[in-house]
Design a protein around this ligand. Structure first.
Ligand code: ATP
Ligand code: MG
Length: 411
C-alpha cells in the first residue's frame, strides 16, 4: 500500500471509530478500479467540518464553507469533505448554496460523471448507485442525472467531459454528447483560467485528439473563452483538423493547437497571453510555434542548423520540428531524416552553452585589458558560436586570441 493510501485508511478508521460514515470518493476510486495508482485521496463523511477539525490534531481549513478540511496524517495530506448538496447555480459556474447532508447517495448525486461518483468504504466495498463501474468497463463518460441540467448548473463540466474522455481514452455517451452540443452557449460563462487548466490536463493525455476533435466537430470555440474574444473565426476555415497526439511534449502540443486555431507565428504571443499562461510559458511556446510555422531547415543546412541550436536549445527546436512535420504533413521518413540531422548537429558541437566555454567574462576582460561593458557579452556570444562551429578550439589561449581579434579587428 502506498503511504498516502495508508494515511487515507487511517483517516477513514478514525472517523468511523468516532461514529461517523466515511468513504473514499471520486478520482481515487475510479483510478484504482482502472488499475492506476491515484495521485491523491479524497474522503467524504457525514462529520461536519468543525468535527473533523476536532478529531485530528493537524488540519488545514482548505474550504470550510464548502465543507473541506485537509487532514495531515503521517506527513501525507488527505482531503475530507462533508457530504453535501449544491443548489442554485445562477451563474452556471458555482452553486449559490451548499447544504450539508447525512447520506452518501446525496453526496454522490451532486458529482459530475458516473465514473467519478463511486465510493469505497474501509472494507473495500464499492458504493456505486449510478453504475459508474459499468461505464468504466465500457469506457463511457456519462453525467449523473440529466446531462442538460448538469451542464446548465456548471458549464465547466462540458469541458471536463472532454478532458476525462482524453485522459481515460473514453467516449462520450450519446445523451451526454447531445446535451453538450445543446448547452454549448453556456460555455461563455467560464473563467478562462479554468479552460486553460483543463487544456493543460488534455495535453498530458495519451490522445489529446479525443478532446480536441469534439471541440471541432461540435463547433464549441465561438462560445468558449478566450477564443470568443479573439474577434476572428476559430478554427480558421481553411485549416483541416490534424491529430496532435504524435507530438509528445506539452509545448509542442500547445503549438499544434495554436496552428489548428489558425494562429500565425507573429500572433502567438498575444494569443497565448489570452490563456493567462505565465510570461515564461508564453515566450517558450511562441518561440516553438514561430520556428514550427516558419520551418526552413533542411538536413544540409549544417551551419544554420547549429546556429539555431545555439540560439534556442535542442528541446525547443526538436519540439518545433515535431510540430512542423504535422503542420506540413511530412512523411515520417522525411521527419526522421531531419530529426537525426538535429541530433547529429547537436552531438558534433563541442560546446552548446556559454557555461561550457573555457573562458568567462572576467577572464576576457583581464586578458584584453579593457574596461567591462556590453562588448563582453557580444564577444562571448561570438566566441561560443565559433567554438560550436569548430572554427576556434574551445581552449583558453585560442579563445583569448580570437577575442582580441574581434575587439581590435585591425591588429
Ligand atoms: P483528477 O484529479 O485526476 O483530475 P478527479 O476525479 O480527482 O480527477 P477533481 O477535479 O480532483 O477530479 O475532483 C474530485 C471529484 O469531485 C471528482 O471525481 C468529482 O466527483 C467531483 N467534482 C469535481 N469537479 C466537479 C464539478 N465541476 N461538478 C461536479 N462534480 C465535480
Ligand atoms: Mg483529484
Amino acid at each position: 500500500m502506498t503511504e498516502v493510501r495508508e494515511a487515507a485508511f487511517k483517516v477513514l478508521a478514525r472517523l468511523e471509530k468516532a461514529g461517523h460514515q466515511a468513504y473514499l470518493v471520486g478520482g481515487c476510486v475510479r483510478d484504482r478500479l482502472l488499475g492506476m495508482e491515484p495521485a491523491d485521496y479524497d474522503i467524504a463523511t457525514d462529520a461536519r467540518p468543525e468535527r473533523v477539525q476536532a478529531l485530528f490534531p493537524k488540519t488545514v481549513a482548505t474550504g470550510l464553507k464548502h465543507g473541506t478540511v485537509t487532514v495531515l496524517m503521517d506527513g501525507q495530506s488527505v482531503e475530507v469533505t462533508t457530504f453535501r448538496r449544491e443548489t442554485g447555480y445562477r451563474d452556471h459556474r458555482r452553486p449559490d448554496r451548499v447544504r450539508f447532508v447525512t447520506e452518501l447517495r446525496q453526496d454522490l448525486s451532486r458529482r459530475d460523471f458516473t465514473v467519478n461518483a463511486m465510493a469505497e468504504d474501509r472494507r473495500g466495498r464499492l458504493h456505486d448507485p449510478f453504475n459508474g463501474a459499468a461505464d468504466l468497463k465500457q469506457g463511457v463518460i456519462r453525467t449523473v442525472g440529466r446531462a442538460e441540467d448538469r451542464f446548465a448548473e456548471d458549464a465547466l463540466r462540458m469541458i471536463r467531459a472532454l478532458r476525462f474522455s482524453a485522459q481515460l481514452g473514453f467516449r462520450l455517451e450519446k445523451k451526454t454528447r447531445t446535451a453538450l452540443e445543446r448547452q454549448k452557449p453556456l460555455l461563455r460563462h467560464l473563467a478562462v483560467e479554468r479552460v486553460t487548466g483543463e487544456l493543460e490536463k488534455v495535453w498530458k493525455a495519451e490522445e489529446p485528439s479525443r478532446a480536441l476533435r469534439p471541440l471541432w466537430e461540435m463547433e464549441l470555440f465561438p462560445h468558449l473563452p478566450p477564443f470568443a474574444a479573439w474577434g476572428v473565426p476559430v478554427p480558421a476555415p481553411r485549416i483541416p483538423f490534424i491529430r496532435v497526439d504524435t507530438a509528445k511534449t506539452r509545448r509542442a502540443r500547445w503549438s499544434l493547437f495554436l496552428h489548428l486555431c489558425g494562429v500565425k507565428g507573429e500572433e502567438a504571443e498575444r494569443r497565448l497571453s489570452s490563456f493567462r499562461l505565465s510570461a515564461n510559458e508564453v515566450r517558450a511556446i511562441s518561440t516553438i510555434h514561430r520556428l514550427a510555422v516558419n520551418w526552413d531547415l533542411s538536413p544540409q543546412d549544417v551551419v544554420t542548423g547549429k546556429k539555431r541550436l545555439l540560439r534556442h536549445g535542442f528541446e525547443p527546436l526538436e519540439a518545433a520540428l515535431t510540430a512542423a512535420a504535422r503542420i506540413r504533413g511530412w512523411e515520417s521518413a522525411e521527419e526522421a531524416v531531419l530529426r537525426s540531422a538535429l541530433h547529429r548537429w547537436h552531438r558534433e558541437m563541442p560546446v552548446h552553452r556559454l557555461e561550457e566555454l573555457r573562458l568567462n567574462g572576467q577572464e576576457l576582460i583581464r586578458a584584453l585589458h579593457q574596461p567591462p561593458g556590453p562588448w563582453v557579452g557580444s564577444v562571448l556570444q561570438s566566441l561560443l558560436e565559433k567554438a560550436a562551429l569548430g572554427e576556434v578550439p574551445n581552449e583558453r589561449e585560442a579563445l583569448i586570441r580570437e577575442g582580441r581579434r574581434l575587439v581590435e579587428p585591425n591588429t
